[in-house]
Write a protein that binds this ligand. Structure first.
Ligand code: E4P
Length: 220
């Protein structure tokens, strides 16, 4: 399962990229707005920083305008993936972009039925929003499992990207369900690496090492 960061903050992206585990980035209008800068400049910096898939979201609600916007976003770099919403206009636009050889990410997906539509238009990525499904007292992980099962049975090639992930167990469960990609905010990524026994173990190893060095110095 590939790991993506869900952010438009270049410092967060640089930090996780440094670890050697970052395969891509997802952005959305809210995340880009948080940066308070020219969106094109923000996207360009991210596209240049990470060689993997970078999702850039359309904001035009109607098919024709969304299509023109999608063409512009796709032209920004070869690693750009165009996000379109799960709406009739988003699907129609997505279908046209796919016909042009552009990779699309169908976003704001909350049900297996919607995920079938995304696969049928030939999406490169489908993004079910797990955390937001949980927020309305439903089961996001159950929806993800169903989507992964359907895609396997139907042999759909669309990549399942588990989105709106809120804690490390979301990532573990997404991997078990068979998601192709998990995208998460910086704080969740940072939690993946942490374990108290790692910290205690390292502290002990370093203390023993120092003790040995002191002992050898004393003998010299
Ligand atoms: C995915 O592409 C979305 O940007 C994202 O995962 C939404 O997450 P949120 O529900 O935490 O805003």
């Amino acid at each position: 399962m590939r790991l993506f960061l869900d952010t438009a903050d270049i410092d967060e992206i640089r930090e996780i990229n440094r670890w050697g585990v970052l395969s891509g980035v997802t952005t959305n209008p809210t995340l880009v707005a948080k940066e308070g800068e020219d969106p094109e400049a923000v996207w360009k910096e991210i596209l240049a920083e990470v060689p993997g898939d970078i999702s850039l979201e359309t904001t035009e609600p109607e098919t024709d305008a969304m299509y023109e916007e999608g063409l512009r976003l796709a032209q920004m770099a070869p690693n750009a993936v165009v996000k379109v919403p799960m709406t009739p206009d988003g699907l129609a636009c997505g279908k046209r972009l796919v016909a042009e050889g552009i990779r699309i990410n169908v976003t704001l997906v909350f049900s297996p039925a919607q995920a079938i539509l995304a696969a049928e238009v030939g999406a490169y990525i489908v993004s079910p929003f797990l955390g937001r499904i949980d927020d309305v007292a439903s089961d996001g992980m159950h929806a993800l499992r169903q989507i992964c099962d359907i895609y396997r049975v139907q042999k759909y090639e669309t990549n399942v990207l588990a989105a709106s992930l809120r804690h490390p167990m979301h990532i573990v469960e997404s991997a078990l369900a068979g998601a192709d990609i998990a995208t998460m905010p910086f704080d969740v990524f940072a939690k993946l690496v942490k374990h108290p026994l790692t910290d205690i173990g390292l502290e002990r190893f370093l203390a023993d090492w120092e003790k040995l060095n002191d002992q050898l110095k004393g003998e010299a």
